[in-house]
Design a protein around this ligand. Sequence first.
Ligand SMILES: Nc1ncnc2c1ncn2[C@@H]1O[C@H](COP(=O)(O)OP(=O)(O)O)[C@@H](O)[C@H]1O
Ligand SMILES: [Mg+2]
Length: 406
Amino acid sequence: MKVRDCVRSPMLEGSAKVLLLGSGELGKEIAIEAQRLGAEVIAVDRYDWAPAMHVAHRRYVVDMMNPRAVKSVVRRENPDAVIPEIEAISTDALEELEAEGYFVVPNARAVKIAMNRLELRRFAAADLGLPTTKFAFAENPEEAFEACEKVGYPCLIKPEMSSSGHGHIRLDSSSRDAAARAYAYAVSHSRGRSKRVIVEEFVDLALEFTVIAYRYPEGDRVATEVCEPIEQWRYGEYHYIESWQPPKSDPAVLSRAVEIGRRVAEGLGGTGIYASEVFLTKDGRVLFSEVAPRSHDTGLVTLVTQELSEFAVHARTALGLPVPRPRVVSPGASMAIYTDLGDVWSPGVCGLQEVLRIPGVDVRIFGKPWAYPGRRMAVLLARGSSVDDALEKVRRAAKLISFRPA
Ligand SMILES: Nc1ncnc2c1ncn2[C@@H]1O[C@H](COP(=O)(O)OP(=O)(O)O)[C@@H](O)[C@H]1O
Ligand SMILES: [Mg+2]
């Protein structure tokens, strides 16, 4: 990656170019931040008019699991930075591109480890010695049963590769048949053809943290900084619902979470941003769960809380610019808004007359061209006099949002 002192005009010779592989709502904010820094932005996704495409200079619709398609777009555009924005990307293509000299943010190895639950556990638990939930791996129904017995009940079976909770299944008691069925279910939801699963102890959560850490060039070394942890609550769902900053937890717990975030970022290396998901259990354990080598959905709250949002941090690290640690300048909260509409084109996100009348409340509408049940369409953001005040505002605003078919 190159350290940059000048930025030339976009669309002209010598422009600073970033290419997003994945153009969702997080990519849209990264694209906006990169544009603010004068960069040229190229948005790639598997469907047209994905959120970041609306704010990019150019767009491509390709299958990002296809290595030839990914390599072809990157070589054609020759960007200064390739930003993987989602997990489902051909990592072989990223490794090859990196070997050719392209800068993959934060690096291809980190992307590969983070998307694979087995490799990630080996890295975090065995190499770094971080505390995690108890776990075991399995590659057939019999091993799955043994893994459940070893880990204990309740336990959670997850495919080797998946995201957004796909293929997760909980087992509450010892049963060879139930373990075999759970194994088959998890494998059938795996990305790719993997037959491997992880079995994890199912812990009683008190809270979840997202710890944003990032690395940027500082003289002849790479500095690692960690933001104030974001706290989040999912109400028992796999996807994110509410997040807030500054954190309310005990300082001793927070410093353990920060330490985990720092060690993961330093262990995976490169230049860019890492979002570690950390559990606080009801019995007081602070456990590393997983890491995204990219911006995180719960980090949307940083748009209203931090001096530099996680997206600004991401864009700066990609462009080789300095990133002093952003302070939290206001208590704030976010709430993700999911639609219950069926397959609908051009869905209406409604209720804005009332929502935007609440002082301190803002909304980001992602502009996705169609809705399906459970699709995230927008996020509500609020600043408040305290986190509780901000949370009260987003909860009130969420009740006022509705969706209308075209
Ligand atoms: N071992 C566990 N015990 C309790 N809850 C869990 C466990 N693993 C995951 N969860 C819950 O499920 C959510 C999604 O799990 P995660 O492993 O992060 O999957 P994904 O990669 O799909 O995001 C977590 O944020 C947490 O709320
Ligand atoms: Mg997760």
